[in-house]
Design a protein around this ligand. Structure first.
Ligand SMILES: C[S@@+](CC[C@H](N)C(=O)[O-])C[C@H]1O[C@@H](n2cnc3c(N)ncnc32)[C@H](O)[C@@H]1O
Length: 222
């Protein structure tokens, strides 16, 4: 689907705030924004195209600090996309996995210590060795996107909720050929990013859906 024909969901602000750690240029931040959240991102690299409030910082140190000061209570939800290179198959093939420390394990401990509901996103490989529990395993084809990009999500509420259609990219019903990286970025829904940023990005549709699962869980818990 071309960017110009993409139908974006109607945004209804919900007065809730999400902190997106390791936000990159904001693919997943955008999903939370579209679900109505006020979004703040943290990344250790400059992110000139990030569309929301941004702090450049080490995410582990940032979360530890705001938990200590109590500022973390300003956020309804903490999201983290800890870097995936320690888990990704592609890094293993290159033989450079050991150059990338596992931040999921210390990151999850800090998220648990924050006392706030949380979501961790990573490549499915992170669930293979138990580092992450795949409460949700999402694929672009479940959202009608012409992309194949699987991602696992562990949440503090443990999954459940609405059903999604099964992943159907393997049925050959989607044409995965994209004319270059620009077309792939647009197919993900990351139209504001440059090609380099989009390489690391995850489609906003995934956290738009995760956010609705969080809101459903909160409503039921109340
Ligand atoms: C997979 S990308 C995030 C992509 C993002 N979720 C999206 O959908 O656009 C991981 C990000 O983590 C950042 N990062 C790596 N180590 C970090 C750290 N210690 N603190 C903060 N950010 C970090 C990288 O700069 C990169 O932007």
């Amino acid at each position: 689907m071309s960017a110009s024909r993409m139908v974006l969901p109607l945004r209804r602000p919900n007065s809730m705030k999400v902190l997106d750690l390791c936000c990159g240029a904001g693919g997943l931040s955008m999903g939370y924004h579209l679900a109505g959240f006020d979004v703040t991102g943290v990344d250790n690299r400059p992110q000139p195209n990030y569309p929301f409030t941004f702090h450049q910082a080490d995410a582990l140190e940032y979360l530890d600090r705001i938990t200590g000061t109590g500022e973390v209570a300003d956020y309804d939800l903490i999201h983290a996309s800890w870097p995936c290179q320690n888990k990704a198959r592609v890094t293993a093939w290159r033989g450079s996995r050991d150059d990338h420390p596992d931040l999921i394990t210390p990151g999850k401990k800090l998220m648990q210590a924050s006392g706030r509901p949380w979501v961790i996103e990573n490549v499915p490989e992170a669930a293979w060795d138990g580092t992450l529990r795949a409460d949700y395993l999402l694929c672009g084809s479940q959202f009608g996107l012409n992309i194949r990009r699987h991602r696992a999500f562990e949440t503090s509420w443990g999954g459940g909720g609405d059903l999604l259609p099964p992943c159907w990219h393997h049925k050959g019903l989607l044409a995965f050929e994209h004319k270059g990286e620009r077309a792939y970025a647009d197919a993900m829904g990351c139209t504001w990013m440059n090609k380099t940023e989009a390489r690391q990005a995850v489609p906003p549709a995934y956290t738009h859906w995760i956010a609705t699962q969080y809101l459903t869980h909160e409503t039921r818990a109340a």
